[in-house]
Ligand binder design. Structure first.
Ligand code: ADP
Ligand code: MG
Length: 317
């Protein structure tokens, strides 16, 4: 069964100079790029956890590519190659074609080429490994934040969490749902932040959880204005109460926006980047020397966010 499926995949791939040998042998043969570091990342998506059984195959394909591209973006990397591990309950070629529609459309847009993988029978699960390039020394790491840096986020936050709860009505509800199912990886932004940002991470687990990772890796602290995070019109239209709103925006995962820190004297450069890239970039706080994460409200008063970020192995409380 899997050979038919593999042939279907291979038939959709164009040749590329950096791929000496793609699908078909025991392994792929790839041409490295001199003067660069190879960046590698892997993400697994399981049915009922990362997507639901009735999500369209095309949306699952899109999201599988997006979450991996987002990891490359957060490193400032240029996408290169992907390996696709597919576990499928049956040889459903219509499902595979739909999955590939979403996966390949987004991959092609970002120059990510599928070069191999594995196909087995089992519960539906998608495991993707991606590779990309950064010029030697130019990667954006979690560990680079410095006291005095501004903290920036791209796009708008909380949309995916609201979409997951099926908040809103009509076209706005659909838009929020699409932010959950079809996230936009900020690949060009990540690459453009090389040389400007000190540290970066993509927002997969929620603003406070992911910022926490940066603070820990950089051995610094931060003050974040939780009511100043960027908000979409569709999110606004849900008219969520303040507690709910903060929980979705600060602790809701799956937004796949970039959070980065940059020195204060680069504000103009960041603002120019927002215009160039056509992506809103908003300052949400500052890095401080004293460790710890200090959320404050619009008046500068400390505030508590009830919900925490997404944790797969968290103990039920
Ligand atoms: P092997 O038995 O050596 O693991 P396979 O029969 O699994 O080989 O795979 C044959 C070829 O098809 C390999 O080049 C592999 O990379 C590719 N391939 C298999 N499954 C996929 C997939 N889901 N996506 C992309 N390439 C795949
Ligand atoms: Mg195999």
């Amino acid at each position: 069964m899997e050979f038919d499926l593999i042939d279907r995949i291979r038939a959709r791939l164009a040749r590329r100079d950096d791929v000496v040998l793609g699908l078909g042998d025991d392994a792929a043969l790839l041409r490295p790029k001199s003067g660069h570091w190879l960046v590698a990342a892997c993400d697994v998506l399981n049915e009922s956890i990362h997507f639901s059984a009735d999500d369209p195959a095309e949306a699952i394909g899109h999201k599988s590519a997006a979450v991996n591209l987002s990891d490359l973006a957060a490193m400032g990397a240029e996408p290169a190659w992907a390996l696709l591990g597919l576990s499928l309950p049956d040889a459903d070629s219509a499902w595979l074609d739909g999955f590939l529609d979403g996966f390949l459309a987004l991959s092609d847009r970002h120059g990510l080429r599928l070069v191999g993988g594995d196909t087995t029978r089992g519960p539906r699960s998608i495991s993707i490994t991606v590779h990309g390039w950064v010029p030697e020394g130019a990667a954006l790491c979690r560990s680079g934040a410095q006291a005095g840096d501004d903290i920036w986020v791209s796009g708008t936050l909380g949309d995916a969490a609201a979409g997951l709860q099926r908040a809103g009505e009509g076209a706005q509800a659909d838009w929020l749902r699409a932010r959950l199912q079809r996230p936009t990886p900020r690949v060009a932004l990540g690459m453009a932040l090389r040389g400007i940002a000190h540290a970066a991470i993509d927002l997969s687990d929620g603003l406070l959880a992911d910022l926490g990772h940066v603070l820990e890796a950089s051995a610094v602290g931060a003050r974040v204005e939780v009511d100043g995070v960027p908000t979409s019109a569709a999110f606004e239209a849900c008219k969520a109460d303040p507690g709910q709103r903060r929980a979705w925006q600060c602790a809701g995962g799956d937004d796949y926006e970039l959070l980065f820190t940059a020195p204060r004297d680069r504000r103009l450069d960041v603002e120019q980047l927002a215009t160039q890239q056509g992506v809103p970039l908003t300052r949400v706080g500052v890095i401080e020397a004293e460790p710890g994460l200090r959320p404050v409200d619009a008046a500068g008063q400390p505030c508590v966010i009830a919900a925490r970020g997404w944790q797969h192995f968290a103990e039920p409380t």
